[in-house]
Ligand binder design. Structure first.
Ligand SMILES: *Cc1c(COP(=O)(O)O)cnc(C)c1O
Length: 449
């Protein structure tokens, strides 16, 4: 199967995600033949380092032998069975382990992040209804928040381009200030920004708590907003406010979970316990679609009743798919087999050094890192001009020419690599990222976005 025919057939019949398809008249699709470790291989044998972990899902590299072996074994035993009225070992064991890791001992499953958001929102509102307070059915999220793109999830996703066309369909949630540390005045620290943002949340809750079911946050890093990072102090204040105003706290750890921010889960850096945790992306190590919503005994008990309608009557056909659960178990085993968090801390230091020339580049503003997430805002206007349109796509193309997959969000360049870089691949990533920046800034010819 040659590569041009795959491109043509894809453009003919595959509607690609998050894509204006007409753009592919000028930006070629990249057919991928195979993947191994940190590398994606095309049909010509060229390889590209997966610097964003295939949309933030991969943890231990592609085709990890331990996960592959677990999947093969599971396939021989049980491919799938419906989870209503039936159960199986992978889903039981995974739920036990996730409960032990988070202290939230009840797990509900779906297949994607947006569905996890929907489940958490529905469970929260239904909890209040079951406890005699049906008026608590509104939600509040942070400016720039991203929680997925189904109609329900868009209600709490504050990113205009994803939402505008569907505004009439969406029952919009309220938005309170983001604790994004880049908002600091010259005399302020990230903790000050967190404190101001928490004050904004407080004044909103003061007025609206009686009609509010839950606050939803992406702990420590608002990834889709452009890797906006905040101090853990915000999460502590938000937890206390949710407690005081009787509002659930939903931690959307879909992107930040599984070691990505330096701890197993980002909210743990604040020493808090959310009422709901949404997980997906890294949950299966980047192999199969699976998401989970974890919650407390208190929430679970509010649904436990003789009356059917007080139960959580939500389902997906593939809820708790055994193969996906087994991939998740194998991923958790990889965390147990070695001290992944300590390994990542050392790796991140080495990458900081490798990225130093990029961090010190005159066009870079707000160089920042949280765990295994690096971000740099590119100010193309260092020569006095406005940022050039189309930076993200122009940069992505230059990065591919350097053999790295890096796709900026607006003018924010970021790296979110798998945890298995060695000295050579770390150097390749850092050098490729810098060379692509230099090439992008030098070539202002094509201003298409
Ligand atoms: C990616 C993401 C989602 C949505 O997950 P999908 O599987 O793409 O639906 C939700 N929340 C956050 C924080 C995410 O990064």
């Amino acid at each position: 199967m040659d590569n041009p025919s795959l491109i043509q057939r894809s453009l003919q019949h595959v509607w690609h995600p998050c894509t204006q398809m007409k753009r592919h008249e000028t930006l070629p699709l990249v057919p991928i033949a195979k993947a191994e470790g940190v590398w994606l291989y095309d049909f010509e044998g060229r390889r590209y380092l997966d610097g964003i972990s295939s949309w933030w899902v991969n943890l231990f590299g592609h085709g990890h032998p331990h996960i592959k072996a677990a999947l093969r074994d599971q396939l021989e035993q049980l491919d799938h069975v419906m989870l209503a009225g039936f159960t199986h070992a992978p889903v039981v064991e995974l739920s036990e382990r996730l409960g032990a890791l988070t202290g939230l001992g009840h797990a509900f499953y779906a297949s994607d992040g947006a569905s996890a958001t929907e489940i958490a929102l529905k469970m929260s509102a239904h909890y209040w209804r079951n406890t005699g307070r049906p008026e608590k059915c509104r939600f509040v999220g942070l400016a720039g928040g991203y929680h997925g793109e189904t109609v329900g999830a868009l209600a709490v996703t504050d990113i205009a381009i994803f939402r505008e066309a569907y505004a009439p369909l969406v029952r919009l949630a309220a938005t309170v200030p983001s604790p994004d540390a880049r908002g600091a005045q010259p005399s302020e620290s990230a903790v000050d920004v967190a404190h101001h943002a928490a004050a904004g949340l407080q004044s909103w809750l003061e007025q609206h708590h009686a009609s509010t079911a839950a606050l939803i946050v992406e702990p420590l890093v608002q990834c889709a907003a452009g890797m906006a990072m905040h101090d853990a102090a915000y999460l502590r204040e938000a937890r206390a406010l949710c407690e005081r105003y009787e509002v659930h706290l939903i931690a959307d750890e879909i992107a930040t979970g599984f070691g990505r921010t330096g701890t197993m889960f980002a909210h743990q850096q604040a020493g808090i316990r959310p009422d709901f945790i949404c997980l997906s992306k890294g949950l299966t190590g980047g192999t199969l679609p699976l998401s989970a919503v974890l919650t407390t005994d208190a929430v679970y008990q509010a649904f436990y009743d003789d009356e059917v309608a007080r139960g959580f009557l939500h389902s997906h056909s593939y809820t708790g798919n055994p193969l996906a659960c087994r991939a998740a178990l194998a991923t958790l085993e990889l965390f147990e087999q070695s001290d992944v968090l300590a390994h990542n801390a050392a790796l991140a230091q080495r990458l900081d050094q490798a990225f130093a020339p990029l961090t010190q580049h005159p066009s870079v503003r707000h160089a920042r890192r949280q765990g295994m997430i690096w971000a740099w805002d590119i100010d193309e206007g260092f020569d006095g001009t406005k940022p050039q349109p189309g930076f993200a796509s122009r940069y992505a193309r230059q990065a591919m020419a350097q053999g790295v997959v890096l796709r900026p969000i607006g003018n924010t360049l970021y790296a979110m690599p798998p945890y298995v870089l060695d000295a050579e691949t770390a150097a390749h990533l850092a050098q490729g990222a810098l060379a692509a920046l230099q090439a992008t800034l030098a070539d202002k010819g094509d201003a298409r976005d």
